[in-house]
Design a protein around this ligand. Sequence first.
Ligand code: AMP
Length: 136
Amino acid sequence: MIEQSLVIIKPDAVRRKLIGMILNRFETEGLLIKKLKMIQIPRELAEKHYAEHEGKDFYPNLIKFITSGNVVVMILEGENAISFIRELVGATNPAEAEKGTIRGDFKEQPVKSVTENMVHASDSKSSARREIELFF
Ligand code: AMP
């Protein structure tokens, strides 16, 4: 089934000049970029996007990080795009992400942070719908 997913190239990857490499990976894998923009996420939007994590110990740092600089936000489209992109991106903790995944191939050695994991990708159809609505 053709699906759309919301993907964010996070501030750590932008600072490390990985935008091109990451976009290239998605396009090479056959995904179509439907919309794309560079923004600095305002605090209120970050809080809505990460509402499910409110109250967790890493939440304050997550909000600080995701609002700390420019990000590239996009809608990607393709066959089973939501689960396919999650596989391409790799495990949430870059230390556990396998070779061949974006986090596995581009992580800093040693991995300093779970929060600074370069890419966000929607984890379900309902998250994708909600996140696309929030950002576009
Ligand atoms: P997710 O909703 O799975 O995308 O998680 C949101 C983001 O929170 C992840 O992409 C990480 O940046 C961060 N995160 C998730 N779990 C942890 C954790 N245990 N410690 C620190 N940051 C985390």
